[in-house]
Structures are given as C-alpha cells and as structure tokens.
Design a protein around this ligand. Structure first.
Ligand code: ACO
Length: 401
C-alpha cells in the first residue's frame, strides 16, 4: 500500500532514500516491470511479443495513447509522423557551432534543447492537442537529428528524410545514404534497427525518464525537458553502458582473457565492473537482452560477419552466469550487453550508440510527460535532504577575524 505522504509531511517526517531504492515517485500505467521474474510489459503486452509482432511506431502509439492502434489508426499515425520528420533549416546551423569531433551526445543535448526555441511561444502545454503534436514532433524529428549528428561528425552533407521508408529504414537511409550514391535498405538490418528501437522505447522510472518528469514538473518546455533526459541518459551507468560495453568487449579481445576480467569485476579494490551486466530492478535475465541476443545472431548471419566480440560476449555471459559472485549478486546481462555488437555490425560508430538509445527512448520520455499532464494536479518535484552540515554559527567579518 502507498504510504500516507500527507500524514508524514504533517508530522514533519520524511524518508531518506538516496537513489530512490524503494520510493515510487509517481503513478503510471505505461510500463510494468517485475525485476525478480524478469518481466517487462508495455500497457500489459510482453516486450518479447511486441518485438516479435509489432514495429516501433505501433509500440510508440501504444505507449503514447494507451491502446494498440487499429489498421486505420496505425496508417494515420504513420502519415502524421512522416509529416513532421523535417527539422527547421535553421537547426542545421546549430550543428555548425559544434566542433566536428564533439561527442554526438553533447551535440544531441544541444540541438534537441534548441527545438524548444522553435516550439515555445505558441505551445500551450495545458492543451491536449498541443501535447499530442509535441509528442509527434519529437518522435518524428529525433531520427533526423540523430542522423544529422553522425553526418556532421564525418563531414558529409545532411540527408533529408525519405518518407516512403519505414521509421527504422528512414533512419538508416539518413545515416548511410549520400547525394552521390543510391542506398538500398537491407530488410534484415532495418528489422534489427526497429527491434533496437522497440527494446529501448520505455523502461518506467529510470534515471533519464525521472529527469524528464522532474524537469517537466516545473512546467518547463517539453523539448528542453527531453534535452535534460538526454543529458541524464549519457552516463555509463545508464544509456552510456552500450558504448562502455563494446569498449570492454574489445578490450577483452579474446575468450581466453575473460577470467582476468571476471576476477577484476569481483575485486572490490578495482573500480572495474562488467558493463552490460546488472540492473537496479532486474534481479533476473533482462527480457530485452534475450531478444537482443537473438537479433545479434540474425544480423551477424545476414552480414556473414564472424566477430570475436560475439564469441567473447557469449562466453562471458556463460562464465558469469555460473560464477557464485554473479549468482549471489543476481547480476545478469542487461539490454546493453548485445546491442553494441549489432550496431557495430550495421556500421554505426560506437560514439553514436547512446544517441540511438536517446532516439528510441524519446517516445517513452514524452509518453511519461503526456501522462503526467493528463493526470493533472502536478506537484513540483522537490525532494528533501538529510542535512549533515554545521549548526548555526556566529559570522565574524573577514577584517575582524
Ligand atoms: N559488475 C560487477 N559487480 C557489479 C556490477 C557489475 N556490472 N553491477 C553491480 N555489481 C555489484 C556491486 O559491486 C555491488 O556489490 P556489493 O554489494 O558486494 O558491494 C552490488 O552488485 C550492487 O551494486 P549497486 O551498484 O549497488 O547496484 P545498483 O542497483 O545501484 O546499480 C547498475 C545498477 C548501475 C546498472 C550496476 O549494475 C552497473 O553499474 N552495471 C554496469 C553498467 C550497466 O550495464 N548499466 C546499464 C544499466 S541498463 C540501462 O540503463 C539501460
């Protein structure tokens, strides 16, 4: 049962729960996780079934509107998203303000925040239709911005969206097409990309989603709130883990070096952790990691790639899952363990991995923002603290001390 918060406040009591280990910050009906059992449901549907039978835009509709679309609603939704894939031409100038070698997540924070400047004065967040338009705009524009980040970093011209393609296909096109050469989207890679988007779409009150909700609780511009979410996602303990994980697999290099890294992960004097392992909520196999492993296998087969990275990952997983330390600590592979191998095989550079996570998670962030406003009666997020500083002291002016 929920704690009677009003009564606690009245009695000047509050809980001390750094990291929100056991504190619910909101009510939500979007995503359900049972970490002990390894269950993840979006609006009641298991993630594995969504990844198998739906595409990202159907899942996006489900997250945003609460129910799956019928065929007409689905087609209308696709059309609506396609109408908003372009970004304002002036946005392209923002890219040119960044150093070419900037980390793409730094650029994403900047350009997504800059959208607030384009959609602010006319935006009324208390109006349901405006909120829905905001959600569509963000969903539609994120792949365009993400691909622009990549093109800018390699000095190629930005590609306009090709709206006859699917959401994932269009993203691959904007990433890899050039004005000089035609680009054919490989359907296996398109499906893999779409699955990666689905598997990252939402995950209830993780650090970045909570950040978006916290920023939004003051009534801030939603595009700026998404930029805050992107900043929070960047860290290696959160979305940055996919980048850190592939770097770790590369560092391990071959199966025979795994025991050395397992030993380091268990050594409390060594800050090293197995990246892509462990989760605050899952104390069982992350259901997203299972789909990711299968997709990884399919992509490597399609591209006929034999990579030691996959062998290292499979063996690392096998050894860790049989190791008493990992069993006792309930540490299993998470969503980021296999995603990097897929992205790398598709040809996406490591520095773009977290950008792709941000792109996919945007729908979750905006679904939570929308839910918060639809619920109404928003309380500004204002945690208390446990003060551990000085008691009141006498101030002596500096020239009298
Ligand atoms: N490798 C080795 N030991 C680990 C790992 C790991 N990856 N993760 C947790 N542990 C150990 C800790 O050392 C600690 O051990 P102790 O109790 O003996 O001191 C215990 O497990 C609990 O760890 P905490 O950090 O307290 O767990 P928390 O729930 O706060 O952290 C987190 C979860 C941040 C995901 C952690 O498991 C981690 O750092 N994993 C690696 C990074 C990663 O993959 N992040 C992606 C998460 S999924 C996502 O954001 C999409």
């Amino acid at each position: 049962d929920a704690v009677d918060v009003q009564a606690l406040v009245k009695n000047h009591l509050f809980t001390f729960d750094p990291g929100f280990m056991s504190t619910a910050s909101c009510k939500s009906s979007i995503t359900y996780i049972d970490g002990e059992q390894g269950i993840l449901l979006h609006r009641g549907y298991p993630i594995a079934e969504l990844a198998e039978h739906a595409d990202y835009l159907e899942v996006a509709y489900l997250l945003l509107f609460g129910e799956r679309p019928d065929k007409t609603q689905y087609q209308d939704f696709i059309k609506l998203v396609r109408n908003h894939t372009l970004v304002h031409e002036q946005i392209s100038r923002f890219f040119h303000g960044f150093r070419r070698d900037s980390h793409p997540m730094a650029v994403m924070c900047g350009v997504s925040g800059a959208l607030a400047a384009f959609y602010h004065d006319a935006l009324d967040i208390n109006n349901v239709a405006h909120r829905e338009l905001t959600a569509i705009r963000l969903l539609a524009k994120m792949p365009t911005l993400a691909a622009m980040c990549y093109k800018y970093s390699i000095g190629q011209p930005f590609m306009f969206p090709l709206n006859k393609l699917s959401y994932a296909g269009n993203f691959l096109y904007m990433m890899f097409a050039t004005p000089c050469e035609p680009y054919e989207v490989n359907p296996v890679l398109e499906r893999a990309m779409d699955r990666i988007f689905i598997l990252h779409a939402d995950h209830e009150q993780n650090a970045s989603t909570s950040t978006v909700r916290t920023a939004a609780s003051s009534g801030a511009n939603p595009f700026a709130c998404i930029a805050a979410g992107i900043a929070s996602l960047w860290g290696p303990a959160h979305g940055g883990a996919n980048e850190a994980c592939i770097k770790m697999l590369e560092q391990i290099g071959s199966v025979d070096r795994i025991p050395e890294f397992i030993a380091r992960a268990k050594d409390k004097n060594d800050p090293f952790r197995l990246m892509g392992f462990g989760h605050r909520v899952y104390k069982n196999y992350d259901p997203r990691a299972k789909v990711m492993r299968q997709t990884c296998y399919e992509v490597l087969q399609e591209l006929n790639i034999q990579t030691p990275l996959f062998d290292v990952a499979m063996e690392l997983e096998r050894i860790a899952l049989n190791d008493p330390y990992f069993i006792e600590h309930k540490l299993y592979p998470n969503v980021d363990f296999y995603s990097g191998i897929i992205l790398k095989a598709i040809g996406i550079p490591v520095s773009m991995f977290t950008v792709i996570f941000a792109l996919a998670r945007t729908v979750g962030w905006i679904a939570h923002w929308k839910e918060m406003y639809n619920q109404g009666n928003i309380k500004i997020v204002r945690p208390r603290q446990l003060y551990v500083g000085h008691e009141q002291r006498v101030f002596t002016p500096i020239d009298k001390a």
